[in-house]
Write a protein that binds this ligand. Structure first.
Ligand code: BES
Ligand code: ZN
Length: 604
């Protein structure tokens, strides 16, 4: 047998992509945004890194796309290039195989999206804070292929430019934005042009169109939001430039030009998404007191961990998220001090222990095994918090100066490249650890072992210990009102710890007393509400019902919704009630959320 030579030797095999063939260097996208028909239509033109000689075929990922015409040139002229669409797979979609004549330099594909495209959410005016329709994309993990034919694997990068034209009468009111250099004002003719000159993987392609205004925060940071939301958002994120400065001081220059935030309508299925140059965030972190901005530090940190050095496949997701959680907490420490960062770490560890309990220790390895699964179902807290804990373990082992120098060097050296778990492990042992330190660390146990390795550090927080003291006093009968002088100083994090620390089932009278004293049901803080409602549900505390229903009908963030529907399902008569609310709320959810919730709420 002849030796098998991989087409691109540095590429880790990705179980979630059909993409094969020559490397693609640059994408030219031309799209018309049609709100009336809920479609994007136009063309994707891919420039090959070098004109093809060895490859006779290019294979791209697609899902639910209508492929109209394909050419083996950039102009879209002459005869079509022969192409076929493979058998559809519910998760992966269909391979688009395009025959390449010798010397092909570019491929152009005319196509349109389907109204069901999973990455896209088309919002009616009533689902926004204003009077105009809204569109946004969510490409991570493998949904980019539902809005353009592409090599949809995090190991494949390309620069891009895009021409976006908004159709319809309202075009002059709508602003288009991408994960790229962005306009700051609406164009009367509805035409926009974008450039992202740094090479990015497909999961970082993003587009949003809506009635949006821009407010600068500094020369390189600013906020896009619906007009009704913008003033609150500029206040909430007033420290954005300080965050960027802190991040740069920690791990090196910000490499993406501007850093702006886009505050989405509340149906956005995540807390945040690190789209390059333009992080997307949920409006429910607008708590009014800047108490939930660690989420922005997290998305900003991805500008290094994830967007510069990218997980090679979704099995290596912890290289994106574990590093980012560690980095996020270092940024927050820089801005708000160690006691604040310690709270975040303790709460994160509580999440981790909760997830470990839920999954069982056997399925709690840091490195994932997602082949044959939808990555969207397999990406959980383990990658985030166990990954972060590995970095904290390294911090304790070698000290911050050595670890920080290592991380800075890692981002610089592997910038704009992908990294898999094995390559990281060997780089770590070679560039940071002495043999004795490596032996002490036991990396295999961290990466592939169950549960937590012995010797995993445990954080403590003086501020959260203060919360524990209040919980103890309540348990021994102190009336809640007598504790106000302490609780009035509390942040979101302390309240979250408080709510998690209450006995899981309380009688309705006890829940009523807590609500009377601390006004949870009336809170405007989504994280607090999400921690409060399960207690109210388990207690059968009816005064929270209307607020819960309102929450479920307006918030689209999957991470908050899933535990609430679960809690609802666990109450007497809960299934019928959950299904009734879900039926009303479902039109407001993105496919990422309904994908999970449909399964949870199915059946009777
Ligand atoms: N990149 C993730 C969001 C994501 C992960 C989307 C996997 C699709 C698949 C983002 O950086 C993230 O982690 N968001 C978190 C917030 C963060 C503070 C933990 C979220 O949305 O909850
Ligand atoms: Zn993240």
């Amino acid at each position: 047998m002849s030796p098998i030579s991989a087409p691109t030797p540095s590429l880790t095999l990705d179980p979630h992509s059909f993409a094969q063939g020559p490397a693609l260097a640059h994408l030219m996208l031309a799209l018309a945004v049609d709100f009336a028909n809920q479609t994007l239509a136009g063309s994707a033109t891919w420039r090959l890194a070098t004109p093809s000689a060895e490859f006779t075929e290019l294979v791209l990922d697609t899902r639910d796309l209508v492929i109209e015409q394909v050419w083996a040139n950039a102009a879209g002229t002459g005869p079509e290039a022969p192409h076929t669409l493979g058998t559809p797979d519910a998760t992966l979609g269909q391979a688009l195989r395009i025959a390449l004549p010798a010397g092909t330099a570019a491929v152009r594909i005319a196509y349109r999206t389907s109204p069901q495209a999973a990455a896209l959410q088309w919002l009616a005016p009533a689902q926004t804070a204003g009077r105009y329709p809204f569109l946004f994309t969510q490409s991570q993990a493998i949904l980019a292929r539902t809005w353009l034919p592409c090599p949809d694997s995090p190991g494949r990068r390309f620069s891009y430019e895009a021409g976006v034209e908004i159709l319809g009468e309202e075009r002059g009111q709508l602003l288009a934005l991408m994960s790229a250099e962005n306009p700051q004002a609406t164009a009367a003719d509805g035409h926009y042009h974008f450039r992202q000159l740094q090479p990015v993987p497909a999961y970082l392609l993003a587009l949003a169109v809506g009635r949006l205004d821009f407010a600068p925060l500094s020369t390189r940071t600013g906020i896009y939001a619906e007009p009704a939301t913008l003033p609150r958002a500029t206040h909430e994120f007033g420290e954005l430039d300080h965050m960027v400065q802190a991040a740069e001081q920690l791990y090196g220059n910000y490499r993406w030009g501007r850093y702006d935030l886009l505050v989405l309508p509340s149906s956005f299925p995540f807390g945040g998404m690190e789209n390059p140059c333009l992080t997307f965030v949920t409006p429910n972190i607008l708590a009014g007191d800047r108490s939930l901005t660690s989420l922005v530090a997290h998305e900003l940190a991805h500008s290094w961990s994830g967007n510069l050095v990218t997980n090679a496949t979704w099995n290596d997701f912890w290289l994106n998220e574990g590093f980012t959680v560690y980095f996020e907490r270092r940024i927050m420490e820089q801005l708000y001090g160690r006691p604040y960062a310690d709270m975040l770490q303790v709460l994160g560890e509580a999440d981790l222990h909760h997830t470990l309990q839920e999954l069982g220790p056997a399925s709690a390895a840091t490195r994932l095994h997602l082949a044959g699964r939808n990555p969207d179902d397999g990406l959980n807290d383990i990658a985030y918090e166990k990954g972060c804990l590995l970095l904290l373990t390294l911090e304790h082992l070698v000290g911050r100066p050595r670890l920080d120098a290592f991380i800075t060097e890692y981002f610089a050296r592997f910038a704009f490249q992908s990294m898999d778990t094995d390559r990281f492990a060997s780089y770590l042992t070679q560039a940071l650890l002495t043999p004795a330190e490596a032996a002490h660390l036991n990396l295999p146990a961290w990466l592939d072992g169950p549960g937590l390795p012995p010797g995993a550090p445990t954080a403590t927080s003086a501020r959260l210990a203060g919360v524990d003291a209040v919980l103890a006093r309540l348990a021994t009968g102190t009336p809640p009102a007598e504790l106000h002088y302490i609780t009035k100083e509390w942040s979101s994090q302390e309240w979250e710890h408080f709510l998690r620390g209450l006995p899981p089932t309380l009688p309705a009278e006890a829940v009523a007393r807590l609500d009377a004293a601390f006004h949870f049901t009336a809170s405007g803080n989504a994280e607090l509400l999400a921690a409060w409602f399960p207690l109210a549900l388990r207690a059968g505390y009816a005064p929270a019902d209307a607020a819960l229903e309102n929450f479920l009908r307006h918030v689209g963030r999957r991470k908050l919704l899933v535990p609430l529907y679960r809690a609802l399902l666990g109450t007497p008569g809960g299934r019928a009630r959950a299904q009734r609310i879900y039926q009303l709320a479902r039109p407001n959810y993105h496919s990422v959320a309904t994908g999970t919730l449909d399964a949870l709420l199915a059946g009777g």
